[in-house]
Design a protein around this ligand. Structure first.
Ligand code: PRX
Length: 661
C-alpha cells in the first residue's frame, strides 16, 4: 500500500495537466476509423467485433467458435487454421509483390531493401533451410541477432514451418542467452558474426558460442555474416565443424518454393522472455490466430496505417514491440517498414532525423526514454531536418512525462501530428490502452482509453471497481492477443496474472482513471523495474550481485532518472573480506560490481548507483522495505547519501517509517 500512496502523490502533479489536443478535422476526415460508436459496438459484442478483424486475415480453414474461455485459459478462433508468414507475405504478392516491405539501414550506413516478393523468396528459402536442419512443427528456434533484415526473415521462416521462435535481445549476456535457450530447449540458434553499436562491432557469435557450450539441445548454429565493412569479411570467425553453418550457404542451397505449414489458430507462434517478480525470466507464450488478429487490428487503427505510409517503429526485434510492430502488425497490413540497426546518436545525435528525412517516414513510434534523450540533445537537431513527412507519432514502454510529450509534439510533430501513447505489455501481445488518433482527444501523459474490444478497470485489492481514482490496472475480459501461458510453467501463469482476482488479468501496473474515463499509467506496483522502457526484475539483479565474491546481500530498487525514467540503485552488504578493497578505491569497487551485473545479465541491467551498507531495512516478516530504500537512494530524506555504512542510520529510518505506517 505504501507504493500506492506514493503513486497518488505522483498523480497529483499529473492532474494539473489540462492541455487537450483534439484530432484535427483534416486528420479525422481521412482516418481509418473516425466514428466513436465503434467503442459501443465492440462493447456490446466483443466476440463478433474481434471476429470481424480475424476475417480480414487469410485462413486455410475457418474457425468454428470465436472464443472458448475457461479462465484463465482462452482459445480464440477455435478450429481455424492459418499461417502467420502467409498472412504477412504470400497474400500480398498478387497486388503488392513489388511494393517495398523492408527498408533497412545499418549503423555504418549500408542499406538494403526488400520488396514483398523478395522477402517472400528469402523467407521461403530459409524456411526450407531450417527444415533441412531438422526443424519441425513446434520445435523452438533461438534468434540472437542484431537488427538486420535476417532477424525478420528468421522469425517469418520459423512461422512458415510452424516452428516457435524465441528471440533474445542482442544486448543480453551469454548467461542470459544460455538460460533462455535452456528453458525453451531450442534446437537451433541463429546468430550473426556481429552487429554494430556506436561504431563498434558487437561480437554476437562469440557470446553465442559461450552460451551454447551449456546448451545440449542445440544441434546447429546458423551464422549470418554481417558484412558492413570490407574488413569484417576477413575477420576470422570460429566456425564449429558439424554444428555451425553459414546463413548464406543455407540460403544458397535451399529451394525457393516452400508451402506454408497450416497450423491451428492456437499453435504457439513464439515465446519471448520477460522479467517477473520472482525467479528467472519467464517465456511468455503467444499463439497464432489471436495474436495476429490483435497486431493487425491495432496497427491499422492506432497508427492509422495507409498503403503509402513509411512506418518506423524504433524498437529492437528482441522486445515485444519489435515482434508486434516491426514484424507481424505492419507486414500483415502490407506496410513499408523502416528498420535501423544502430544507436540514435551515431555517428551524430541527429541520426534519427536524418533517417526520417532520407526515407520520408510518415509514422514514428518510439519510447519516452529516447524522447527524453532527444530533448536533452536539443531541438536544433530535429530543426536541422525536413520532418514534414511525419503525420503521426507514437510512444510506448513507460509513462511519458508531459514535458517530453509536449516537446515531441512541438519539435518532432510540428504541432500537427497526433501522438498515440500506447500502453501494453509483452503479455498483452498488442496495444491495449491508446488513443484512436482520428477520434480521441489526447492529454499529455495519458494513454486515454482502452482499444475497442478491450476492457480495462481500476480495481482495489478486493477486486472492487473504482470508476474514478487510482488502483491496480486490470483487464477484465479475454482478448485475442493475450498470452496463453508461461513456457513450461503453468502454475506461475496462474499465480502471477490470475490469482489476485478470479478470471481477471492483473497487469502489475498502477493506474488512475479520471472523470473522462481516461487512464493515466503510474508504473509498476510489483518488484519489476522499468529501466528505459525495459523490464528488469529486482530479483535478477540481486542474484547477479550476490553472485559476486565480495557481496553478502543485495537489495535493488528503481530510482528516478532524467533519461531512463527509472534507473537501478543497488544496496549492497559486502563481505568482511572485501572491506579493505572497497575502502581503498570505492569507485573501482563499485564499478566492478556494476560490470559484474552487466556481464551476468546484459548492459541494460547495469546499476546506476551502488550504495554500500552494513544493513538492510526489513519488515518483521523479512520483506525488504523498498520504499525506504528508494527514498534513501534518491536522497529524499538524507540529502546526498552515497554510502550507508552506519547501520544505525538504517535502523533509525526503519523505525521512523514503521511508525508512519
Ligand atoms: O509498466 C508498463 C510499461 O511497460 C510494462 C510492460 O513492459 P514490457 O512487457 O517490456 O513491454 C513494453 C512494450 C509494450 C507495462 O506493464 N508501459 C508500457 N507502455 C506504457 C507503459 N507505462 C506507461 N505508459 C505506456 N504507454
Amino acid at each position: 500500500m505504501t507504493d500506492q500512496k506514493k503513486n497518488d502523490i505522483a498523480f497529483d502533479a499529473l492532474l494539473t495537466e489540462e492541455r487537450e489536443f483534439p484530432p484535427s478535422s483534416s486528420f479525422t476526415a481521412k482516418a481509418n476509423i473516425s466514428d466513436d460508436s465503434i467503442y459501443e459496438i465492440a462493447r456490446k459484442d466483443p466476440e463478433g467485433y474481434w471476429a470481424s478483424w480475424a476475417e480480414q486475415l487469410d485462413w486455410e480453414t475457418p474457425w468454428t467458435k470465436i472464443l472458448e474461455w475457461d479462465p484463465p485459459h482462452a482459445k480464440w478462433f477455435v478450429g481455424g487454421r492459418l499461417n502467420a508468414s502467409y498472412n504477412c507475405l504470400d497474400r500480398h504478392l498478387d497486388k503488392n509483390g513489388e511494393k517495398t516491405a523492408i527498408i533497412w539501414e545499418g549503423e555504418p550506413g549500408d542499406t538494403r531493401r526488400y520488396t514483398y516478393r523478395e522477402l517472400h523468396a528469402e523467407v521461403s528459402r530459409f524456411a526450407n533451410g531450417l527444415k533441412k536442419l531438422g526443424v519441425e512443427l513446434g520445435d523452438r528456434v533461438a534468434i540472437y541477432l542484431p537488427l538486420i533484415p535476417e532477424a525478420v526473415i528468421a522469425m517469418l521462416a520459423c512461422a512458415r514451418i510452424g516452428a516457435v521462435h524465441s528471440v533474445v535481445f542482442g544486448g543480453f549476456s551469454a548467461e542470459s542467452l544460455r538460460d533462455r535457450i535452456q528453458d525453451a530447449e531450442a534446437k537451433i540458434l541463429i546468430t550473426a558474426t556481429s552487429g554494430y553499436r556506436r561504431g563498434n562491432p558487437v561480437p554476437l557469435k562469440k557470446v553465442g558460442d559461450a552460451a551454447v557450450e551449456e546448451c545440449p539441445s542445440i544441434t546447429n548454429v546458423v551464422v549470418v555474416m554481417r558484412r558492413a565493412a570490407a574488413e569484417e569479411a576477413e575477420e576470422t570467425i570460429n566456425m564449429h565443424p558439424g554444428r555451425d553453418v553459414w546463413y548464406h550457404d543455407v540460403i544458397r542451397s535451399a529451394e525457393e518454393h516452400c508451402p506454408p505449414t497450416w497450423v491451428d489458430s492456437e499453435q504457439m507462434l513464439y515465446t519471448l522472455y520477460t522479467s517477473g517478480t520472482t525467479g528467472k525470466p519467464k517465456g511468455i507464450i503467444h499463439t497464432t490466430g489471436g495474436y495476429l488478429t490483435g497486431c493487425y487490428a491495432t496497427t491499422k487503427w492506432v497508427f492509422d496505417l495507409k498503403p503509402d505510409d513509411i512506418f518506423w517503429c524504433t524498437a529492437d526485434i528482441g522486445w515485444v514491440t519489435g515482434h508486434s510492430y516491426v514484424v507481424y502488425g505492419p507486414l500483415a497490413n502490407c506496410a513499408t517498414v523502416l528498420i535501423y540497426e544502430g544507436a540514435p546518436d551515431w555517428p551524430k545525435k541527429d541520426r534519427m532525423w536524418e533517417l526520417v528525412e532520407k526515407y520520408g517516414v510518415t509514422i514514428f513510434y518510439t519510447a519516452p526514454t529516447a524522447i527524453r534523450a532527444f530533448m536533452k540533445w536539443g531541438h536544433h537537431l530535429p530543426d536541422g531536418h525536413k520532418l514534414d513527412s511525419l503525420r503521426l507519432l507514437g510512444s510506448v514502454g513507460e509513462p511519458i512525462n508531459p514535458e517530453a510529450w509536449i516537446w515531441y509534439h512541438k519539435y518532432i510533430g510540428g504541432e500537427r501530428c497526433p501522438i498515440v501513447d500506447t500502453w501494453w505489455q509483452t503479455e498483452t501481445g498488442a496495444i491495449m490502452i491508446t488513443p484512436l488518433p482520428g477520434i480521441v482527444a489526447t492529454r499529455p501523459g495519458s494513454a486515454t482509453r482502452p482499444f475497442p474490444g478491450i476492457e480495462a478497470e481500476i480495481l482495489n485489492d478486493a477486486g472492487e471497481r473504482t470508476p474514478v481514482g487510482g488502483g491496480y490496472l486490470a483487464l477484465t475480459r479475454p482478448w485475442p492477443s493475450m498470452l496463453r501461458g508461461i513456457y513450461r510453467d503453468p502454475e506461475r501463469y496462474e499465480a502471477q496474472y490470475w490469482s489476485k482476482w478470479k478470471g481477471i488479468y492483473f497487469t502489475g501496473d498502477g493506474a488512475k482513471r479520471d472523470e473522462n474515463g481516461y487512464f493515466w499509467l503510474l508504473g509498476r506496483v510489483d518488484d519489476v523495474i522499468n529501466v528505459a522502457g525495459h523490464r528488469i526484475g529486482t530479483m535478477e539483479v540481486e542474484s547477479a550481485l550476490v553472485d559476486h565474491q565480495s557481496v553478502a546481500e543485495a537489495a535493488v530498487v528503481g530510482i528516478s532518472h532524467e533519461i531512463k525514467g527509472t534507473a537501478i540503485a543497488a544496496f549492497v552488504i559486502i563481505k568482511e573480506s572485501a572491506r579493505e578493497a572497497a575502502q581503498k578505491d570505492p569507485v573501482a569497487f563499485e564499478n566492478e560490481l556494476k560490470n559484474h551485473v552487466a556481464t551476468k545479465i546484459g548492459a541494460i541491467a547495469r546499476p546506476e548507483k551502488i550504495l554500500i551498507t552494513a544493513d538492510l531495512p526489513k519488515t518483521r516478516s523479512g520483506k525488504i522495505m523498498r520504499r525506504l530504500l528508494r527514498d534513501i537512494a534518491e536522497g529524499r530524506r538524507l540529502g546526498d547519501v552515497t554510502t550507508l555504512a552506519d547501520p544505525t542510520v538504517v535502523a533509525s529510518l526503519k523505525e521512523r517509517y514503521e511508525d508512519e505506517g
